[in-house]
Design a protein around this ligand. Sequence first.
Ligand code: ASP
Length: 328
Amino acid sequence: MNTIRVTILALIALFVTSSFCVADGNFSKKDTVERQTVDIGKCDQGNNFVMVIHGGAGYKEYKLKEKAALIKNLLDNCKKLLHDGATSLDVVHFAIREMEDSGLFNAGKGSRKNKNGFIEMDASIMDGKNMQAGAVASVSSKIKNPISAAKLILEKSDNVMFVGGSAEKYVNKIASFKVGVDDNERFANSDTTSPHGTVGSVALDKCGNLAAGTSTGGFGRKIPGRVGDSPIIGAGTYANDKVAVSCTGHGEYFIRWAVAHDVAALYSYKNLTIAEAAKQALGKIVANGGTGGIIAIDSAGNITMPFNTKGMMRGSVSSNTEPFVAIY
Ligand code: ASP
């Protein structure tokens, strides 16, 4: 009798487990315990879709092959997700979260440490469909994925940006899944100088909606409390119904010239192409000594990825094209 009961319980357990492990692209519903999933099928219109990813401006001989392979893989997965009706906001979040978790970039797990040996991460995300945005700045290892924290703020808060310990507490309060780790092991391999890169992504979905996101550990050996452009809407990240922009580089320049918004303004008010708008916006900081790069797309699916550094890890994919990855 006992054997029968154990067998039945085991079968029920197996059924429950397997029904929560149905693969959605590269991840499973099991992840909802700790992570947000991509909502497939929200976008059932037939527009062309586009996705662009960057892994930071600047060039260092550091795991280039691994980084390029990861970006290629993400583009493959995101193409499938977008094809199946995922929203631009969801795929931007998904791609950045994977890059944060890879440890290959200066974001999330791979974040550089500040002058005092601590991680202080910044991230932001913006939904061009409704101008909603979320951001965190100077969050510690208590937040596993800063981009997920930013997305939670976008979705669940009336505010846009939270900082430091208060951000960590607030985000844990509004999350329905575990966002915190307080896991120093996760950051054990980080140091102050590791040649990683900030990460970012922009996407256009089948509904014609745009989204943008950026995540970074900031400058290595930065003064504690220093915040760059990445979590600042209009500086490092911007999306509206016409363009989506994510920046990387010397943050102080991107903040002062409000580069991400400048791309949107040049595109709209001067009626420039997205390539010309991004070139002109980057040109302004370059003329003043700034360095970095921009990825940007418009609602027609045009892509541009200018930079003035030796390289910028980057890639793109669309409904009509296969993944393209480049460094130089
Ligand atoms: N923009 C980032 C910052 O200033 C760094 C980077 O993109 O490499 O924090």
